[in-house]
Write a protein that binds this ligand. Structure first.
Ligand code: NDP
Ligand code: OXD
Length: 324
């Protein structure tokens, strides 16, 4: 007996993620829908013309040539520069990954780094290595320090809320004006005023034509030099293309910046010869501030496809003009 249910259109998976996490998550994903996993060599020459959806992270450039029937593209992460800056993309909706798991992870990273610099964990770690028992003089409180968050989107706003819980003063900057209770915010025109208030600068901007190279010497030199930490600190978990790394290194060397925590780099992986690796005032994490939980990603894609097929608008669609 044949069923009258319409056949669900296949979904293509092209995720340059850790392989086991994808394989494991696929076991329970996309019920009743064919999955074309591009990491499976058997799919190398597959006809992709019937697939309506693709879930991608740094996909094969030829994918969009071959998959001519796509109706929507889902980014494997919150950022979409990995596709927008690299390919001639078809004029289709691109959906960002927005999920509590990713947002929480990012806020954890931001709060952890702010507290690490507040509580001088780098210096104490060096002292411990050298068996030195020495309490550092002065112990500023979070309320003595102003954290300036650049980028007040999903991740920036959650970080702001959690930094406030820890007692930091928080100011924020975004392209368009924002109202956030208990937080002074600045728009594109207020950048210098925002920087002048900021002791710890947190970069949570997407990479676009406008934000490329924004964190440079000129910007770092406008940060507050008279704060309780004894010099400005820079954190970046947005995108490495937004920082001028040569300026970052020289500002950390000459004291324009006191310290930094960096998760994203102009080139990833960070080159073994980068001076950043050995700087005593730098914390490096390997683009791991907020990795995508693959099973949560597939649940999010599944629910967006269900909306789409029910005639409802997709959520978190990228604005192709602004690039985020
Ligand atoms: P959103 O799109 O929700 O927010 C982006 C924010 O940046 C908005 O507030 C936006 O302003 C602001 N912005 C964009 N362009 C400009 C500009 N030219 N000038 C001033 N402000 C600007 O993004 P998310 O918060 O979800 O994510 C931010 C970025 O974090 C991602 O794009 C990605 O690159 C990075 N990321 C990094 C991860 C990691 O592990 N390191 C993990 C996940 C994401 P407005 O509000 O006015 O639109
Ligand atoms: C993202 C990332 O954009 O992991 O989600 O960088």
């Amino acid at each position: 007996m044949s069923s009258n249910k319409p056949v669900k259109s296949p979904v293509i998976i092209d995720l340059k993620f850790q392989r086991e996490s994808v394989v494991k998550a696929l076991r329970n994903a996309f019920a009743g829908r064919e999955v074309i996993d591009m990491a499976d060599p058997a799919n190398a020459d597959r006809d992709l013309g019937t697939a309506a959806y693709a879930v991608v992270w740094k996909p094969d450039p030829a994918l969009f040539e071959k998959a001519k029937g796509l109706k929507a593209i889902f980014s494997g992460g919150a950022g979409v520069d990995h596709i927008l800056t690299t390919y001639e993309l078809p004029d289709l909706p691109i959906v960002r990954f927005v999920d509590r798991s990713l947002t929480d992870r990012m806020s954890e990273w931001v709060v952890l780094q702010c507290l690490s610099h507040l509580r001088q964990t780098l210096t104490y770690a060096h002292q411990q290595r050298d068996h030195i028992w020495h309490e550092l003089p002065g112990q500023p409180e979070a309320c003595d320090v102003t954290v300036g968050v650049m980028g007040l989107g999903v991740l920036g706003q959650d970080s702001v809320a959690k930094l406030k819980v820890m007692g930091f003063n928080v100011v924020g900057w975004s392209r368009r004006p924002k109202q956030i209770a208990g937080v002074e915010t600045y728009d594109a025109h207020g950048l210098d005023a925002f920087l002048g208030r900021t002791d710890i600068l947190v970069g949570l901007l997407p990479l676009t034509d406008e934000t490329r190279g924004v964190y440079d010497r000129s910007l770092f030199s406008k940060l507050n030099r008279h704060g309780a930490l004894g010099g400005p600190v820079f954190l970046n978990a947005g995108r490495g293309g937004s920082q001028v790394e040569a300026d970052l290194v020289s500002c950390l060397e000459d004291g324009t910046l006191k310290a930094a925590s960096v998760d994203v780099f102009e080139q990833e992986p960070l080159a073994p010869e980068s001076r950043l690796w050995d700087m005593h005032n730098v914390i490096i994490t390997p683009h791991a501030a907020a990795s995508s939980e693959v099973s949560a990603l597939f649940r999010h894609v599944d629910s967006q496809i269900a909306r789409f097929e029910d005639g409802l608008p997709l959520q978190n669609v990228v604005d192709r003009l602004t690039g985020y």
